[in-house]
Design a binder for this molecule. Structure first.
Ligand code: FAD
Ligand code: NAP
Ligand code: SF4
Length: 682
């Protein structure tokens, strides 16, 4: 008996069978781009195959140079490269897995000067303008797709995924906004859809019947001038007739101003798009986006919304996701919290991807957790993200671990992150660590503030100090005024906040506190995510996904109070937030009329409110009095490391990690990585 009968059921594709309904969706990791990383890539996929995934898809490989995402980016265009890929396919097959190569032609999304598209247009996310292809040029691209599919077969892949969504090359041909052609590849929809249909048809002809062809169909473009529902259905049917084995769902162009995968998107929210398509074709349909637990995946499949579920980031977060589900150990899964901080944000900065909650992701051959040669007694002080990572990693390696936490619960600052509307997923990380503490028999001492004497008296072999950070109090005249609150007063002590409020400091915490204050429903730790229908209304997605691009007029809920969000810098407010999520945070607050002020110097706080001088880059200055009920300070943090200093002469072997080590630019990604790395060496 399993709790996930639909998820774990095999899927018969006729010529082959998948052992379950989990498809690991394509993710660019950065390991694809350089041939010398092939063994790392092989190990990365092999661990996921060992973890029981039914079918995996690689990151995107361009069929030619003009389709590359960036200069020298991953390409499948010669036999030598294909031969090298046998390391990957061999490792996956040895682990009884299956893997497809994704064929991704970037079109005008390429970050390189050779880019081509249906017409000469420039994407808002690339500095380069694409060159319009001639009719012969279009034929050449199709030929290159076919050659790349043949090479994938030569490399030992079980199939290919043709990337037809997310606003890439194929999607650019499908939509009038980017296809202005007058020849047989442009104009009416029958012409615009010719490119994907020809690509699939000719690939099938070239590779034969026993090779998987997944077609990633853009079911919701989420941009103006996008496809209508009827057009998408017509294309899906034509792609099936052309020889596709599976249709995977694509949601939203990269340039769309609607978030599709960040943490505030409700879990499994887009499964209803695939459900609407269900029954239009007879080949298996795969759904996707923000599905991160076996429970959610099972619920979707049981409701008959799709035949398969694509999860990408959740398999970065936990390579054993499927095996744990099979063994009924769902509470032992390290859940992806959809933060994007170590995966997508890295890729967009041309850095190797990893995972905030699992720093081993894409570093499987480098961050190796061996059994400790000598079993030691280790104290970890502080159960924030850094201490939790250190304690659980050390215990996994066989050490005896005691974890001290001054608070009554584990989590440190993560306990405040999880209270922000739209960041409810952060609960899951703490649930995971709580379970690991039980499973690994860690001696957790809550409500216990460790001191130097206790640590010395207990005779630990190693002491890891992860005492974290405390909020910075800026030197502003009137900082002692009763109007002034810290972010902990709001998020931890539930202090009542008035109808008009100024937030000083526009870093991640200033944004989060503003979001918290903008929502009426704040304050309850058991807050649930927004339901999808309200979310669609908020972001302007048509309730039944009809209309070009599936867009509708956005109707955001007004803010619960008047909010000013302020910083001293004259640069863009929120400019330092995550590359792929910062715009969502900014837009969410703009929807609620939060006034963002840059170039502020805080003159004083008194009964009238906050007196501020606002300077512009051009040298102008304006004095304002913001008649606020409260001023909430979110002005960064300082390391809290008195204990470490006290231990310096104790003779104990001590290690300093997380915010206690360095408060500047601290985030949970660094805290968890540092905790894991130190424990890997003890
Ligand atoms: P802390 O989380 O500060 O933990 C330190 C722990 O040590 C505390 O639990 C404390 O009680 C305990 N302690 C201290 N002294 C002792 C002692 N002597 N004995 C026993 N215990 C002791 N980061 C992100 O990466 N992404 C986000 O989206 C994000 N959102 C956030 C939102 C909010 C509202 C906040 C406040 C923070 C957010 N962060 C986010 C930041 C992230 O939570 C911190 O970077 C991270 O918690 C730092 O981890 P740490 O373990 O070093 O310290
Ligand atoms: P932060 O990002 O460093 O922001 C601190 C803010 O305070 C800045 O806006 C800074 O801007 C201002 N400030 C600094 N010193 C000040 C002073 N003396 N007086 C007045 N203002 C001052 O830190 P944070 O917001 O506290 O966040 C802590 C960490 O948690 C961050 O590193 C962040 O990565 C992480 N976090 C991430 C997220 C996320 O969504 N990814 C969310 C929350 C937190 P000026 O100097 O311009 O005034
Ligand atoms: Fe998920 Fe964040 Fe890890 Fe990316 S970094 S896989 S979004 S938890």
């Amino acid at each position: 008996m399993t709790a996930y009968p639909n998820l774990l059921k095999p899927l018969d594709l006729g010529f082959t069978e998948l052992k379950n309904r989990v498809l690991m969706g394509s993710m660019h990791t950065g390991l694809e781009d350089r041939f010398w990383n092939i063994h790392k890539l092989a190990r990365y996929f092999a661990e996921r195959a060992e973890g029981g995934v039914g079918l995996m898809v690689t990151g995107g490989f361009s069929p030619n140079l003009v389709g590359q995402l960036a200069p020298l980016a991953s390409t499948m265009n010669n036999r030598a490269t294909a031969f090298l890929h046998r390391h990957v396919t061999g490792a996956v097959h040895d682990a009884d897995g299956k893997i497809c190569l994704q064929l991704l032609h970037a079109g005008r999304y390429g970050y390189q000067p050779l880019i081509v598209s249906a017409s000469a247009t420039k994407a808002p996310i690339s500095p380069f303008k694409a060159r319009a292809l001639s009719a012969r040029g279009v034929e050449r691209q199709i030929g290159d797709f076919v050659s790349a599919a043949r090479l994938a077969r030569f490399a030992g892949y079980d199939g290919v995924e043709v990337m037809g969504s997310e606003g890439y090359f194929i999607n650019q041909f499908l939509c009038e906004r980017t296809n202005k052609r007058k020849d047989k590849w442009g104009g009416p929809y029958e012409n615009r859809m010719r490119l994907p249909v020809e690509i699939v048809r000719r690939i099938r002809e070239a590779v034969g019947p026993d090779f998987i062809i997944i077609y990633r169909l853009s079911m919701l473009d989420l941009v103006e001038g996008g496809q209508t529902w009827d057009q998408i259905v017509t294309l899906g049917k034509a792609v099936e007739a052309a020889g596709a084995t599976i249709i995977n769902t694509g949601i939203g162009w990269h340039e769309a101003r609607v978030p599709t995968i960040v943490t505030s998107v409700p879990r499994g929210g887009f499964a209803d798009v695939t459900a609407k398509f269900y029954g239009e074709v007879s080949i298996p349909l795969c759904t996707t986006n923000r599905i991160n637990t076996p429970e959610k995946a099972e619920e979707i499949l049981a409701a008959g919304k799709a035949d398969m579920v694509s999860m990408a980031r959740p398999l970065l977060a936990d390579s054993e996701f499927v095996r744990k589900a099979q063994q009924g150990r769902s509470d032992d899964i390290n859940t992806c919290i959809a933060c994007n901080q170590a995966c997508l944000d890295h890729v967009f900065q041309a850095r190797r991807a990893s995972c905030l909650v699992n720093p081993r992701a894409c570093h499987e051959t480098e961050l190796v957790l061996t059994v400790a040669p000598v079993k030691k007694s280790i104290a970890v002080v502080g159960a924030g993200p850094a201490g939790l990572a250190a304690a659980t990693t050390a215990a996994k390696r066989g050490h005896r671990v005691t974890l001290f936490e001054a608070d009554s619960e584990i989590g440190g600052q993560f306990n405040y992150a999880k209270r922000i509307p739209g960041k409810e997923e952060f609960f899951e990380t703490l649930r995971y660590y709580r379970r690991q503490i039980e499973l690994l028999d860690i001696d957790l001492r809550l409500d216990t503030r460790a001191d130097a004497e206790t640590l010395a008296a207990e005779g630990f072999d190693e002491v890891v100090i992860a005492t974290g950070v405390r909020p910075r109090t800026p030197a502003i005249e009137g900082i002692e005024h009763p109007k002034v609150l810290g972010y902990l007063d709001v998020l931890r002590h539930n202090r009542t906040v008035g109808g008009t409020v100024a937030v000083i400091g526009a870093g991640g915490i200033g944004f989060d506190v503003s979001e918290f204050l903008a929502h009426e429903r704040h304050g309850q730790p058991e807050d649930k995510q927004m339901d999808m229908k309200s979310w669609q209304q908020e972001w302007g997605v048509s309730q039944d996904y009809s209309g070009p691009g599936g867009l509708a007029q956005a109707e955001p809920t007004p803010a619960a109070r008047r909010i000013y969000l302020m910083q001293r810098k004259t640069s863009k407010v929120g400019g330092g937030l995550g590359k792929t999520s910062g715009w969502v945070h900014r837009n969410s607050l703009k929807h609620r009329d939060v006034e963002m002020l840059k170039g502020c110097s805080y003159d004083r706080i008194d009964d009238q409110g906050l007196h501020v001088t606002v300077s512009s880059k051009e040298g102008g200055e304006e004095k304002r009095v913001l008649a606020v009920d409260h001023v909430v300070i979110c002005a960064g943090q300082e390391s809290f490391r008195e204990l470490y200093d006290q231990l310096q002469d104790s003779g104990l072997s001590t290690h300093l990690i997380g915010g206690a080590d360095l408060a500047e630019e601290l985030d949970a990604k660094r805290a968890i990585r540092q905790g894991t790395e130190i424990a890997a060496k003890l």
